[in-house]
Each structure stands twice: as structure tokens, then as C-alpha cells.
Write a protein that binds this ligand. Structure first.
Ligand code: NAD
Length: 489
């Protein structure tokens, strides 16, 4: 096994404010843990309200009229974003390993999902955003009378971003790329569970040549740094990804600030009797087990038509059984540990609840090994809609399979959740599949596939899964406001 600390000797652990790495004002640090070994990787500087205040002031100064950032041509902003993508590409291997070490997910270099995929998508979104910078335009409005009326799309201003731990690099890029393309400045708080890659990317932001204060990156906790950022009067807009519980608190604290939310899910997958079973099993497998089940859009409620139920369960169990479990630096690993002890305990609690409420454990259902936060891929069958495992977001490698008989019934059951992030439809009858897709209340629907992500395609939730879209051209709307100008002629 490679010794992680030796490899990451030049790791940056301080706060990034005004293009410089600085110690936190309080001098406090916190440990970040390797979830595969339970060992501390390093101590990281912890931001509190005073550091947030300093960072917001830096972002305010960077946004002032006449500042280098505000005076910069849009096409120059585009060049900086492209340069950042190039630098991430240059450091791709370093970032892939650092992300895997901090989060526990596999490297994904063998055609499987892993940090190599995340880094690729991160590069792609900065490049995609780069192309948008000089294409942000308003309209000319044909008002009555001899008056010129036009709209301008202007950057909202100073943005605060708060991100989770499941895709640290990607979540940082989904906030930063559109905000920078729009011309905003940002203070971003990473998750206390996975602070490391956001700091390395910040180093690259300075190297790319973004003016000081445009991007500021803080490591720290929700109730301290997070709340200070949400409440700070200098912040005009908040972009949050995380749990629905925290999202609710943020909306309450943010008062009149603009807020976009990417929250949790309990996404249904409908496997029809005319599905190609191998395709369906493959899509459901990826849809649930990808990233150790720690995906907001995980397809965690699988509804299988009764006539093919037994065959589907047999194949799904067979596929999940073959997953290679281990630390990221072991060869061909597909399934790593949960991110930390808290998440491990939470998921194990849900598995216990599933057993207590009468679901059948068809695979797994226990810890894997004795060291690290590994959980066996778990499949519950004989599940019904009232069981906790079918209702609540588990955020772990726990698949719940249920039976259905008619399309009408399954649409009602699939829509019977407060969440609406993702959904899957498995059917060889494309008319039936599209018909079902249009009836499901979710922001993304995958037909005969799952977890296809493209930077050009918008992603976001219906219902309690949030509002606003990240990626695609709609991502810019989160960071722009419209000004209408009237000129009598
Ligand atoms: P979380 O809500 O606990 O934490 C998310 C972030 O919010 C962290 O940075 C945390 O420090 C911060 N935070 C916590 N309390 C806060 C407070 N009171 N004020 C301000 N900030 C606070 O979520 P998590 O455990 O990090 O992530 C898992 C959740 O995120 C899941 O519910 C998952 O579905 C969701 N998620 C959604 C998407 C999406 O795009 N919809 C993507 C990834 C994760």
C-alpha cells in the first residue's frame, strides 16, 4: 500500500483568502480522516465567523466597480476559466488521489466510477463555463411608444457557497464555474469531512491569474463558519448543496438573500416487464452503488414488475456480490468505505431498521472487515412503501426492491415521496418508457441507463429536493439578475 502522507507532502491546509493561504484567526485546526484506515491524514485550519468576515470583505472588494475583475472583458474571464481547467488537467493525478484519500472513493481508473471520473467532469464544467462568459446577453423589448427598452444580465455580486462531502471537487466546480462565468465573486465553505481538494484547486485559481478576492475558500463547520456565511450581510446570494434538513435551516437564516438549493433524494427506478434485464440490472446497480451509495440521486427505491421480480432479484444480487471492496490504493477496487464514522453508523442504523421492520436481507447487511468504514453492498427484498428504508434517504449502499403490477399504480407510488431529484425507467418499449418518464415528478429521468451526467444538461430537484439548476445553460441563471433600461427616443 502507498503511504498517503508521504505522497501529499506539499498539501495546503490553510484558508485561502485574497489569493493567499493564511492561518485562521482563531488558530484552531481540525483533523481530516482517511475513511479506509480511520487514521488522521492531517490537521486543517478551521475558519470561524472572523475568517468568514475577512473573506466576504475580500470578495466585496474584488466585486467593486473598477476592480480588475469588474473591469475585465468577458472573453478574458473565459480565458481564466479555461486556464484553470488546464491546470486541473495538469494536476489530475494528484487531485484524483487526494480526493480518494480524503473521501474514500475509488480512483476509477479501470473503467469503473471513481475520482478520475470526477476530475474529468470538473475539467469539463470549467471549460463549458468558459465558453459562456462572452455569450451572456439580455434582450431588446418591443415596448409601446417611441422608447428603447432593453435588458442587461448582471452578476448578482458576492456569493456564498456551501458544499457537501460526497463529490467535493465536482460540487466546488458546479458552484464556482457558473458564478465566475457570470462575473460574481465567491466565498466557498467546503465540507468539514473532505476539505483537501478544494484547497488544492484554490492554489490553481491563484496560479491561473484570477484577481485576489474573486475566490475565497474556507474549511470549517456548518454551525460556525457555515452559519456566519449564510447570515453575513455582505453576501448577496447563497448556493447550497447538502441535506434537506440543513437546506431548510439555511433558507430560514438567509432571510431575503437569494438561495439555490440542491438537496436530498429517494429516487425511484421502475423496471417494467419488457425491460432488457441485463441493461436494467446494470443501470440499477450503478444507480445505487455508485460512490458507495452516497449520491443525492441514488436510485434507492427499485420497483420491479411482479412477473420478472424473482429473476431481477437473482441477477441484481449476483452482480452486487462481485464488487471488489477495498481502499482506493488497492487494485481494481469498485467499492470503498463510507466517508466517516457518523455516516457509517447512520447507514448501519438504517440496515438494522430494515431488518427490524421485516425486509429480507438478500445480500450483505453487515460491516465489511474490521478497520475502516466499509459496509457490504446490501440488498433488501420484500420491502414495502411504508418501511423506513423505502422512505428515508439512507445515503449508503443499501438497495430496496419492491414489486408492482400496473403502470398506473407504480407512477403513484414512485411520486409518493417528498423528494423529486432523479428517477429511472427500464423498458424496451420506448413509447411506454417516455410516457412514464413524463409522469414522474423529478428533475432528471434516465431511460435504460442511470447516472448519465453531462455538463451541458441541467441538474436539480423537484419538490423537497431543491430548486435552481446546476450545469447546462440554466446554471448561469443562479448567478445573474436582470436589469431593464428604458430610453425615450
Ligand atoms: P449536510 O447538510 O450535513 O452538510 C452540507 C454542508 O452544509 C456542509 O458543508 C456542512 O458543513 C454545511 N452545514 C451543515 N449545517 C449547517 C448550518 N447550520 N449552516 C450552514 N451550513 C451548514 O449534508 P452532507 O451530509 O454534507 O451531504 C449529504 C446530503 O447532501 C445528502 O442529503 C445528499 O442528498 C445531499 N446532496 C445533494 C446533492 C444535489 O445535487 N442535490 C448533491 C450532493 C449531496
Amino acid at each position: 500500500m502507498v503511504q498517503p502522507l508521504a505522497k501529499f507532502g506539499d498539501l495546503e491546509t490553510r484558508l485561502f483568502i485574497n489569493n493567499e493561504f493564511v492561518n485562521s484567526i482563531s488558530g484552531r485546526t481540525f483533523p481530516t480522516i482517511n475513511p479506509a484506515t480511520e487514521e488522521t491524514i492531517c490537521e486543517v485550519q478551521e475558519a470561524d465567523a472572523a475568517d468568514v468576515d475577512l473573506s466576504v470583505k475580500a470578495a466585496i472588494d474584488a466585486f467593486k466597480l473598477g476592480s480588475p475583475w469588474r473591469s475585465m472583458a468577458a472573453s478574458e474571464r473565459g480565458k481564466l476559466l479555461w486556464k484553470l481547467a488546464d491546470l486541473i488537467e495538469r494536476d489530475a493525478k494528484y487531485l484524483e488521489e487526494l480526493e480518494a484519500l480524503d473521501n474514500g472513493k475509488p480512483l476509477g481508473r479501470d473503467g469503473q466510477y471513481g475520482t478520475a471520473v470526477d476530475v474529468g467532469l470538473t475539467i469539463a464544467i470549467y471549460r463549458y463555463a468558459s465558453g459562456w462568459c462572452d455569450k451572456i446577453a439580455g434582450d431588446t423589448i418591443p415596448v409601446d411608444g417611441n422608447t428603447l427598452c432593453y435588458t442587461r444580465k448582471e452578476p448578482i455580486g458576492v456569493c456564498g457557497a456551501i458544499i457537501p462531502w460526497n463529490f467535493p471537487l465536482l460540487m466546488q466546480s458546479w458552484k464556482l464555474a457558473p458564478a465566475l462565468a457570470a462575473g460574481c465573486t465567491m466565498v466557498l465553505k467546503s465540507s468539514e469531512k473532505t476539505p483537501l481538494t478544494a484547497l488544492h484547486t484554490s492554489k490553481l485559481i491563484a496560479e491561473a491569474g484570477f484577481p485576489p478576492g474573486v475566490v475565497n475558500t474556507l474549511s470549517g463547520f456548518g454551525p460556525t463558519a457555515g452559519e456566519a456565511l449564510v447570515k453575513h450581510p455582505g453576501v448577496h446570494k447563497l448556493a447550497f448543496t447538502g441535506s434537506s434538513l440543513t437546506g431548510t435551516k439555511i433558507v430560514q437564516m438567509a432571510k431575503l438573500k437569494r438561495v439555490t438549493l440542491e438537496l436530498g433524494g429517494k429516487s425511484p427506478v421502475i423496471v417494467c416487464d419488457d425491460a432488457n434485464l441485463d441493461v436494467a440490472v446494470g443501470a440499477c446497480h450503478v444507480g445505487l452503488f455508485l460512490n458507495q451509495g452516497q449520491c443525492c440521486c441514488a436510485g434507492s427505491r427499485i420497483y420491479v414488475q411482479d412477473t420478472i421480480y424473482d429473476k431481477f432479484v437473482e441477477k441484481a444480487v449476483e452482480k452486487a456480490k462481485q464488487m471488489k471492496i477495498g481502499a482506493y490504493n488497492q487494485p481494481e477496487v469498485e467499492h470503498g468505505p463510507q466517508v466517516d464514522e457518523l455516516q457509517f453508523d447512520r447507514v448501519m442504523g438504517y440496515i438494522q431498521k430494515g431488518k427490524d421492520e421485516g425486509a429480507t436481507v438478500s445480500l450483505g447487511g453487515a460491516r465489511y472487515g474490521t478497520k475502516g468504514y466499509f459496509i457490504q453492498p446490501t440488498i433488501f427484498t420484500d420491502v414495502n412503501d411504508e418501511m423506513t428504508v423505502a422512505k428515508e434517504e439512507i445515503f449508503g449502499p443499501v438497495m430496496s426492491i419492491m414489486k408492482f403490477s400496473t403502470d398506473e399504480e407504480v407512477v403513484e407510488r414512485a411520486n409518493g415521496s417528498c423528494f423529486g431529484l432523479g428517477a429511472g425507467i427500464m423498458s424496451e418499449n420506448i413509447g411506454r418508457a417516455i410516457g412514464l418518464a413524463h409522469q414522474i415528478r423529478a428533475g432528471s429521468v434516465w431511460i435504460n441507463t442511470y447516472d448519465d451526467f453531462s455538463v451541458q444538461a441541467p441538474f436539480g430537484g423537484y419538490k423537497d429536493s431543491g430548486h435552481g439548476r446546476e450545469k447546462g445553460k440554466e446554471m448561469l441563471d443562479n448567478y445573474l439578475q436582470t436589469k431593464c433600461v428604458f430610453v425615450p427616443l
